[in-house]
Design a protein around this ligand. Structure first.
Ligand SMILES: Nc1ncnc2c1ncn2[C@@H]1O[C@H](COP(=O)(O)OP(=O)(O)O)[C@@H](O)[C@H]1O
Ligand SMILES: [Mg+2]
Length: 205
């Protein structure tokens, strides 16, 4: 059995963080085709009562029923970090997620963030239909007020929108945009699927 002191030490500097750093040290570029890094997380997360809630190209998101926040671990997603900058400046905006604490840099390629726990957005199919109608004709109006609100809100940012059902969630009845932009792989290096972790498309906003 661990002594109380050893227990506190373990909690303040969990061994699992060092293990994760070691496991991902070979990732010097951002390459979303290689998702193997995410396999190093479930066992460590399970030890602390966290299980996988969802994942995408860049991230694995973990939750614990005891806590009202989730932990998102992600391969450096420059477009997402730009979005989080916007989120931090617009805390009163109900459409943006609430962030708990700061973005944590784990390695130059991997980051983590704590976010409020949100629930699934169930009108993804309807959204895609209305979104494509709106893209063809900006005067289109959705019958769903949440969807119309998003079309109004993002109408100004048409460039790199990655809006679909998995990048939107709900806080009660309030729609929340969790991950609206994508990185433009290949714009400067056509055909390439990797980027330097410091690359950002300057035209993103
Ligand atoms: N705040 C949250 N609460 C609950 N689940 C979430 C939250 N954020 C993300 N998720 C889940 O994780 C998935 C991936 O998160 P996302 O931010 O879209 O990352 P990616 O860049 O990998 O697409 C989402 O589609 C959703 O299922
Ligand atoms: Mg996503």
């Amino acid at each position: 059995m661990l002594s109380f002191k050893a227990h506190l030490q373990e909690l303040s500097k969990p061994k699992e963080i060092g293990d994760f750093k070691k496991a991902v040290s070979k990732f010097n570029t951002v390459d979303v085709r290689d998702q193997s890094w995410s396999m190093t997380l479930p066992a460590a997360m399970k030890k602390y009562g966290f299980s996988l809630l969802g994942s995408g190209k860049y991230a694995s998101v973990y939750g614990n029923p005891k806590y009202d926040y989730v932990l998102k671990v992600f391969m450096k997603d420059s477009a997402y970090l730009k979005w989080i900058e916007f989120v931090q400046k617009n805390k009163g905006n109900p459409y943006v997620p609430k962030v708990k604490g700061k973005v944590v840099k784990i390695t130059p390629t991997f980051y983590a963030i704590r976010l409020e726990k949100l629930s699934k957005f169930t009108s993804g199919g309807q959204f895609m239909k209305d979104f494509s109608a709106w893209q063809k004709d900006n005067s289109f109006k959705s019958s769903d007020q949440n969807i119309q609100d998003i079309l109004d809100y993002f109408g100004k940012h048409k460039k790199l929108l990655d809006l679909h059902g998995e990048n939107m969630m709900m806080r009660g009845n309030q729609l929340v945009i969790i991950d609206p932009f994508y990185n433009w792989f290949g714009k400067y290096n056509p055909g390439k699927y990797t980027i330097d972790p410091d690359d950002i498309n300057p035209e993103i906003f």
